[in-house]
Design a protein around this ligand. Sequence first.
Ligand SMILES: [Zn+2]
Length: 98
Amino acid sequence: MEYAEARSKFFVSLAKEQGSWLARCEVCRRRAATDVHHIRGREGDLLVNPAFFLGVCRRCHDRIEHAPQWAASQGYTMTRNRIPEEEPCPEVGRTSSG
Ligand SMILES: [Zn+2]
């Protein structure tokens, strides 16, 4: 799906969810949602996956971008599980005896 399509469908369903004709910002709940914030980033399928969209106004979007710690504490940003660059091999305690 194209991002533009995913985005507009998301705003329509968000408005419906909010019982309004206009999607409101999910952060301040006052201004119109004009932006999509990607809770888990925009890599690959995440770009078009509405499960990880947050409808926000421009001001709240800026706030999220500029205050990542606050955003994470509010659940507006979720970092993916970091893959350790070099995980030491778990020690093999037993040798196969069969
Ligand atoms: Zn807002």
